[in-house]
Ligand binder design. Sequence first.
Ligand SMILES: [Zn+2]
Length: 112
Amino acid sequence: MQAIKMNIGGIKCDNKECDFNYMAVKFEDYTDWLNKPCPKCGSNLLTEKDYFAVKAMFDITAMINETVPDVPDEELCKMSVDFHGDGGATFSEIWPVRRRNNLGTLKLHNIN
Ligand SMILES: [Zn+2]
C-alpha cells in the first residue's frame, strides 16, 4: 500500500452557519464548482485558493509516494482535512483503521 492515499471529494459550504454539502462531487469535477454560489446561502462553494491548496496536497502526496516505500496495510490510519475558503485547512486527529483477519475492514464512521 502506498504511504499516503488521498480520497478527495465532496463540497461543503464554507459558511459556518450553513450546512450545505454535496459529498458525491469528485476531485476531477472540482473545476465545475469553482466560485459557484451555495444554493442555500450564496457563499462561494469552492474558492480558487482552496482548489489550488487541494491540488498542491495532491501533488505533494504523489511526490512522497514516489520516494517513500510502501507501508503494510495494518498501519493504515485515517484523517480528514477541511478547507475554509482562504486556502487554509484544519487537519483532524489521526485514527488507526483496525482490520480483522479475513473479515474485512472495520469501517469508522463520520470520517471523510
Ligand atoms: Zn451555504
